[in-house]
Design a protein around this ligand. Sequence first.
Ligand code: CP
Ligand code: NVA
Length: 304
Amino acid sequence: MTVRHFLTLFDLSPDELETLVRRAIVLKRLRDRGEPHMPLTGKVLAMIFEKASTRTRVSFEAGMAQLGGTSFFLSPRDTQLDRGEPVEDTARVLGRMVDVIVIRANNQAMIERFAAHSRVPVINALSDLHHPCQLLADIQTWVEQRGMVRGRTAAWIGDGNNVCHSWIEAARQFGFTLRIATPKGYEPNADIVKAAGDHAVLSSDPKAATRDADLVVTDTWASMGQEEEKAQRMKDFTGFTVDRALMKLAKPDALFMHCLPAYRGYEVAAEVIDGPQSVVWDEAENRLHAQKALLELLLTPSAH
Ligand code: CP
Ligand code: NVA
């Protein structure tokens, strides 16, 4: 059997994604009821993170423990990767010792090279191009709050970054429209936009993008690795803050989402992220449940 990786949302079919979201909701209920569910007893997860993380690392570690397995965390500094051992060799070796590998990398290409030489599933925990695990939790949250998302409209306001790319791919896979408003020069990857057809609509007007939207989502204006551009970006993104006035243009019951970490007063006003339309804490919690459903799917495929 060929090994299945999760490097972008296209590694699962639309049907598998919908099943995964429903399964995440079931796993959340099991945990709320305190019912143990340990299908991964004896399985081992390795995490390689080239960048910082709070939610992703903790949700994978906690999730693996709750499913009965164990995990350990590696920064490249602690391994031979930083001393020049090839990614391919590291993948071959780790794949013979553990059951699943989660990688947060500076470049998507590193994760793809790793996956190509790993005999166990590799999960993308964020790269410069994608953050597919985030979208599993985001869609779970949207479904929990509003039922099915097919045919609905979300507005992405801000930087056309890795999380935006995964939102575009989610729009294709789950059948909704994503209106994207970015400052000029900060548009998402043109190939990803083009492949999305009518599912992604670009503009540089936050108001037009937000009007009558079912959901508004944003992210930091300066992602990890862009620290040196921060001052310039703060200027260039003026007018792209999601504040109460902007949210008023969306549907009255529109939700607000943010993958976190958030920077109040920049990409989002405190009145929005801490206000009644915000579902960011559920969104963060759902990282745990959605990734548990993903681990189950990749490690116990016959059960699905
Ligand atoms: N949203 C997210 O991936 O958060 P961390 O960087 O804290 O993992
Ligand atoms: N776009 C952000 C997301 C952090 C979870 C970054 O890459 O830093």
